[in-house]
Design a protein around this ligand. Structure first.
Ligand code: DX5
Ligand code: ZN
Length: 224
């Protein structure tokens, strides 16, 4: 699969003007809205919940909303996000007692299901659930904050997970999150990623369209 899904993380957007920020970034060429949910428990930060997701839908956002749950426990909040208009819901295996059950729960509510691997989480956690997943998200920073530096070992991990996905043959989107910039996105794409979360690199740039175009150009160049 040679997708190039650009998913700006609204964690770095101006929350006082969130609807407008999302409209602008989609108009600038983004594919998905990456929606970071933090609970001050699983991660040491607190952000936004289903009401904000619903508000974006009511505002008129039609792009896929890629919900990244950094919350523990996971299951209680899944139906709320499905009702609020989430398209994809991803969670961390460490935050759910029954990973397989949570995946089925997400899918039973009509959303695509993703599993998120922290930098220290072994890829073997995918062994018995990969066929049930629509997406694997590799964290290239420790979750909790925007603006951190990309952890280089993620490149080897991307190659390992790409091989696992290709071996099984079923299309599973491989997404990467944390420290993704125009100047490293080529390497990340070459290592096998299909979808790229970028918060500060996009929302801190003066021209969203320009940075997204630059990212797409660098992905295309790296893939040859
Ligand atoms: C971190 C979040 C990321 C974050 C990425 O816990 O999951 O989505 O917003 O921000 P940047 O692109 O600035 O590293
Ligand atoms: Zn995220």
């Amino acid at each position: 699969m040679s997708n190039c899904i650009i998913a700006p993380s609204i964690l770095s957007a101006d929350f006082a003007r969130l609807g407008e920020e999302v409209d602008n970034v989609i108009a600038a060429g983004a594919d998905w809205v990456h929606f970071d949910v933090m609970d001050n428990h699983y991660v040491p930060n607190l952000t936004i919940g289903p009401m904000v997701c619903q508000a974006l839908r009511k505002h008129g956002v039609t792009a896929p909303i890629d919900v990244h749950l950094m919350v523990e426990p996971v299951d209680r909040i899944v139906p709320d996000f499905a009702e609020a208009g989430a398209s994809l819901i991803s969670f961390h295996p460490e935050a759910s007692k029954h990973v397989h059950r949570t995946i089925q729960l997400i899918k039973s509510h009509g959303c695509k299901a993703g599993l998120v691997l922290n930098p220290g989480t072994p890829v073997e956690v995918l062994d018995w659930v990969l066929e049930d997943l629509d997406l694997v998200l590799l964290m290239s920073v420790n979750p909790g904050f925007g603006g951190q530096a990309f952890i280089p070992s993620t490149l080897d991990k991307l190659r390992a997970v790409r091989a696992m996905i290709d071996k099984r043959g079923k299309p599973v989107i491989l997404e990467v999150d944390g420290g993704v910039k125009a100047d490293n996105i080529g390497q990340i794409a070459a290592a096998g990623a299909d979808a790229f979360v970028a918060g500060s690199a996009i929302f801190n740039a003066p021209d969203y369209a320009q940075v997204i175009a630059q990212m797409r150009g660098n992905v295309a160049a790296a893939r040859g």
